[in-house]
Ligand binder design. Structure first.
Ligand code: SAH
Length: 501
């Protein structure tokens, strides 16, 4: 039988990009993923779709599974020959009970490996612009747990040492006990003016930072109901924050943006919005399915070289077309001398990535612009055109071309269907809402509307272009902004502009 293995993998503090390459490597190979509260569930996307994914919880006060049971689960899966990825927030050996899990695996004779992660103890301060060490200020730092009640007899932490030793102190857990812990540190001699920063949900779009001193931080935290999970940083380095506060100064920091797209396409927009600091999440409302009539589609693709013009109206159409084309032909020259027209830069980019040049791209990225642009190039009467498009796409373009005498065939490359309502992003939208929802096609707007989700009146709807906006208005969804350039970079630019005001 195959020998199993359990990887204890540090998931990093929250931003999914802070998972290590080795961590991802383990996830990609996992038969079973065991994860808990502090791991970003988005990391599960790296695991194979058919991997077993087990949530074992652990939010303070709401333990889903006892530690012994988690240990037993890891052992039994590993002994059954599985590759197990045990995802733990931050680093597995920094207050994550990773040491206990490793001991249990070792005692049971299971193979295991440790994959260190980016601990919140360092990433938390870093994302608040606080270096834990600095040549001019401190050359040591201490990480301690605030899990323990400092008023109980014989606490295992030496508060006197914590209060009086030099260097930065970083506390994990214990935000609930901040008052008693800071009081104790003061009693034991920590200077009253010692700067303190609390960083909650560090490295995510909903990070919050609160700054004070050891004397007043507990009161400040209570005033704003500052809650776990958070790290607390004690020391002079907190004062360095102002010019170094890079993350919270990003243009979209703190904005919660739901991106409605198909599962396969949401990634690019979400990733760019996050780079700008937004708490962006995918909300797939539509899903791309292959051509409704595959045989007919392949037949049209096979004869593409017999047309004078090939028109692509969307990146999905290009993908479906070339997938079929290269299944049918080995040689790119099989496309012959057909000329290529596209709508929109994203569509053009996909064509070029297949090593074909674009002969025509209208300045405005809307279907209605294709006809006048073509007319400048050629006479449309008797022109043989193959239009590659989605099943539900508007049919004004083929109608207009036919009216002008063109011989138009339509290759229906794909169909868009509403995404099932129970997906992760939709659940999140129901729970937390959003400051903004983005729409990148009329069908995303239509499908979003069809989901009948509750919409807060403060939510702003962003549109990629006039056709999408028109669909939105017809559904009584007010358009807060419309991109000037009707593509993803254009939409991002418009969103940044919107929040600058
Ligand atoms: N192994 C983890 C720590 C687990 S203990 C690590 O290395 O980060 C759980 C504590 O970690 C929380 O109570 C909180 O203090 C801290 N923590 C984890 N993720 C955090 C985050 N994104 N922001 C702030 N604190 C976090």
């Amino acid at each position: 039988m195959l020998e199993g293995i359990c990887y204890l993998v540090g998931a990093g503090p929250g931003d999914p990009l802070l998972l290590t390459l080795k961590g991802r490597h383990c996830l990609e190979r996992a038969d079973v993923v065991v994860y808990d509260y502090l791991c970003n569930p988005e990391l599960l996307k790296w695991a194979p779709v058919d991997a077993e994914k087990l949530y074992v919880g652990k939010k303070a006060g709401a333990h889903t599974m006892r530690q012994e049971d988690i240990d037993a689960l890891l052992i039994s899966k590993t002994q059954a020959g599985k590759t197990v990825a045990r995802l733990k927030g931050g680093d597995p050996f920094v207050f994550g009970r990773g040491g206990e899990e490793a001991e249990a695996l070792a005692a049971a004779g299971c193979r295991f490996e440790i994959v260190p992660g980016v601990s919140s103890a360092i990433a938390g301060p870093a994302y608040a612009g606080i270096p834990v060490t600095h040549r001019k200020h401190t050359s040591m730092f201490t990480i301690f747990t605030g899990h323990e009640d400092p008023t109980k007899p014989d606490p295992s932490l030496d508060y006197k040492v914590l209060a009086t030793s030099p260097g930065t102190k970083v506390m994990l857990m214990g935000i609930e006990r901040l008052r008693s812990i800071t009081a104790r540190l003061r009693e034991e001699g920590m200077p009253a003016e010692t700067p303190v920063a609390l960083v909650r949900w560090a490295s995510t779009g909903y990070q919050k930072t609160l700054v004070g001193t050891v004397t007043n931080i507990a009161e400040k935290a209570e005033e704003v109901s500052f809650e776990a999970p958070a790290v607390a940083v004690f020391g002079e380095v907190v004062n360095l924050r102002e010019p170094l506060n890079w993350f919270e100064s990003l243009p979209l920091f703190g904005k919660r943006i739901a991106v409605t797209r198909t599962q396969s396409q949401a990634g690019e927009l979400v990733a760019s919005l996050r780079e700008l600091g937004a708490d962006a999440y995918e909300m797939p409302t539509i899903r791309i399915e292959p051509a409704p009539d595959k045989r007919e589609f392949y037949e049209l693709v096979a004869y593409a070289h017999t047309y004078e013009w090939l028109i692509f109206t969307s990146p999905n159409g290009v993908d479906a077309f070339f997938k079929a084309f290269y299944e049918l032909y080995k040689d790119a020259r099989s496309l012959g001398g057909v000329r290529i027209a596209v709508i929109g830069p994203a569509t053009a980019e996909r064509v070029r990535s297949n090593r074909f040049e674009i002969d025509l791209i209208p300045e405005k990225h809307i279907a209605g612009e294709i006809v006048p642009a073509l007319q400048k190039e050629t006479t449309i009467d008797n022109l043989k055109v193959l239009l590659v498009r989605g099943e539900k796409a508007r049919d004004e373009l083929p109608k207009e071309l036919s009216r002008l005498g063109a011989i138009v065939d339509e290759a229906l490359a794909y169909r868009t269907l509403p995404e099932s309502a129970d997906s992760l992003g939709i659940a999140r939208y129901r729970r937390e809402g959003a400051d903004m929802v983005t729409f990148t096609s009329a069908s995303t707007a239509e499908n979003f509307h069809a989901l009948e989700l509750p919409t807060d009146k403060n939510v702003s709807f962003a549109s990629i272009g006039p056709i999408t906006s028109k669909a939105m208005r017809s559904l009584e969804m007010p358009v807060a902004l419309e991109a000037k350039s009707h593509d993803i970079p254009g939409l991002i630019q418009a969103i940044v502009g919107f929040y600058k005001k």
